[in-house]
Write a protein that binds this ligand. Sequence first.
Ligand SMILES: [Zn+2]
Length: 259
Amino acid sequence: MSLFLYMLTAAAAFGAWSMKSLTPGGAFGAFIVGGLAVAGFGFTGMAVMGSFFLSSVLLEKVLKSEDKKEAKGARRDAVQVVANGGPASVCAFLQLFFPHPVFLIGFTAAYAAAAADTWASAIGRKSTEQPVSIRTGGLVEPGISGGVTRLGNLAAGGGSGFVTAAAWLLEPEVFSMIIVLLLFITAFLSQFADAWLGAVYQSLFQCRVCGEKTEQAVHCSESTKLVKGNKWWNNDTVNFAAVSLGAVSAMLLYMIVTG
Ligand SMILES: [Zn+2]
């Protein structure tokens, strides 16, 4: 059974690479992250990770931005895979040595938080209203981190709920109603943590050639200059921090609720 699941993980990583959803490094990273999910939690691990992964890939394909620059960035590399799947992989790794339901909670919360963020950005950019800065409440440019829309918030709830529901269907003994609710809320709120970290710390650059504000280090084939935030805080750092925060909060709340 496990061998079959590992082979399925390898096939999914290969498929995502051939569909141009992952770079070769991203596909390798996805295989490691998926392998850890299977090793730690078997079929449930694979299904929970799969619900995040498949829904994200499909949403990004279907709602692909017409903007060429963004479309290119839709292909995930190893760093992006680790930013989304790293915290869950730590939980899967710990489960191998110290088996405890709390690690499945952290694992699920991490993927629910990652789904909330991915769904919010994929669906949110179709919003017709201009994003509002989570920090200042003022209007911000679409696609700039720290901006939230009502449609994006709704999508974050959808992503969080989708992954949580997958875990609840497979492990109803672990995921009682109160735990499901707690996970859903934690993952949903981590999307706001993501936006807040993005607004406060994330680096924003300006192109020296065309003057456009961008999150890319290179624009118009020239290196851009930092105009806001810390250069070490990019979209991946912010994602990793928000997903980790979601996982750790859910684990702490689970410990409190279950005594
Ligand atoms: Zn430019």
